[in-house]
Design a protein around this ligand. Structure first.
Ligand code: BV8
Ligand code: ZN
Length: 252
């Protein structure tokens, strides 16, 4: 059981009341929610980008220049992620979906941990690290283990690439359409573990705010969204979300 400080407990109870009273709750998550599953974040001290410059690897130009290097980096991440498990934060969001409290989950993460925790209404706006697609034809597939060598298309023998959204690439427009439908129905956005710098995802909570909705932020640091948040809970997702759940259960 995590010992929560008074102000943390006050904020947890405030969050539980806001969530209980909301009509249509959605969540936006980032790499921070997977930190306690030992998936490194992008910009923290253990951030992935520390060792690799994001712009050097997660871009179409980098892949065109050196597909083997980019695949080496993704294979390294696939190996890491294959041994990671969902943590109590992922499990709480899946439980809230089952209980009808959470209507949709928008994630920037490509690690697939939300689905592995049991969440079903998940929008992976930056794709999934286990998905691949051909750079030339419309072949797509799902990997079930990390790649060993740069994969080639079984249909046309061209290179396969990770089916993720790289910097400078636009998000899938159909998926984005469904995301904005959710944003335009929601009256509360729970933002968990994102540095809120990557666009357009970082602006999703503001769509809800600008329609009079509420933003609750769970993060171990302030972010560019903190100023717009109705409630910022300074704590680890894997501790704060279960604490909010305990407070919710004690309300009913
Ligand atoms: C697009 C997939 C244009 C690949 C990723 C406007 C202004 C400036 C720049 C832009 C702009 N609009 C577009 C851009 C360019 C760019 C961008 O936003 N750049 C940023 C850096 C300024 N955006 C794009 O290129 C996007 N495309 O807009 O295209 C366009 C439009 C039309 C037509 C053509 C083109 C595409 C962006 C998607 C990039 N792909 N990932 C892969 O993963 O390999 S982004 C990558 O960063 C991940 O998805 C990651 O999730 C995401 C965001 O990072 P976070 O999730 O927030 O993770 P981070 O490490 O940063 O933060 C972790 C947080 O957790 C921290 O706050 C930390 O405090 C907290 N934390 C840590 N531990 C815990 C915790 N919190 C709670 N509990 C804990 N235990
Ligand atoms: Zn092909």
């Amino acid at each position: 059981m995590t010992i929560l400080t008074d102000s943390m407990q006050d904020n947890v109870e405030r969050a539980a009341n806001l969530l209980r009273d909301a009509e249509h709750v959605i969540a936006l998550t980032g790499a921070g929610i997977s930190k306690e599953s030992n998936v490194p974040t992008f910009r923290g001290t253990d951030g992935l980008w520390r060792k690799y410059n994001a712009m050097d690897l997660a871009t179409p130009q980098a892949f065109n220049r050196n597909p083997d290097l980019v695949w080496e980096w993704y294979a390294w991440r696939q190996n890491l992620i294959a041994s990671c498990m969902p943590n109590p934060a992922h499990n709480t969001l899946a439980e809230w979906e089952r209980r009808g409290l959470l209507q949709a989950l928008i994630t920037q993460n490509v690690d697939g941990l939300h689905r592995r925790a049991g969440s079903e209404r998940v929008y992976e706006v930056h794709g999934n690290i286990w998905a691949v697609k051909c750079i030339s034809c419309d072949y797509r597939d799902r990997l079930h283990e990390p790649v060993q060598v740069t994969p080639r298309c079984p249909h046309c023998d061209e290179l396969l690439r990770p089916d993720v959204v790289w910097f400078g690439e636009s998000l899938d427009s159909e998926l984005l359409g469904h995301v904005y439908e959710e944003l335009n129905r929601a009256d509360l956005c729970l933002v968990v573990g994102t540095s809120a710098v990557v666009q357009p995802a970082a602006s999703f909570p503001l769509v809800i705010k600008n329609r009079g909705g509420i933003i609750i932020e769970v993060n171990v640091e302030p972010t560019p969204l903190t100023g717009a948040a109705d409630l910022h809970i300074d704590g680890k997702a894997g501790e704060v979300l279960p604490a909010i759940d305990r407070a919710l259960l004690s309300l009913s």
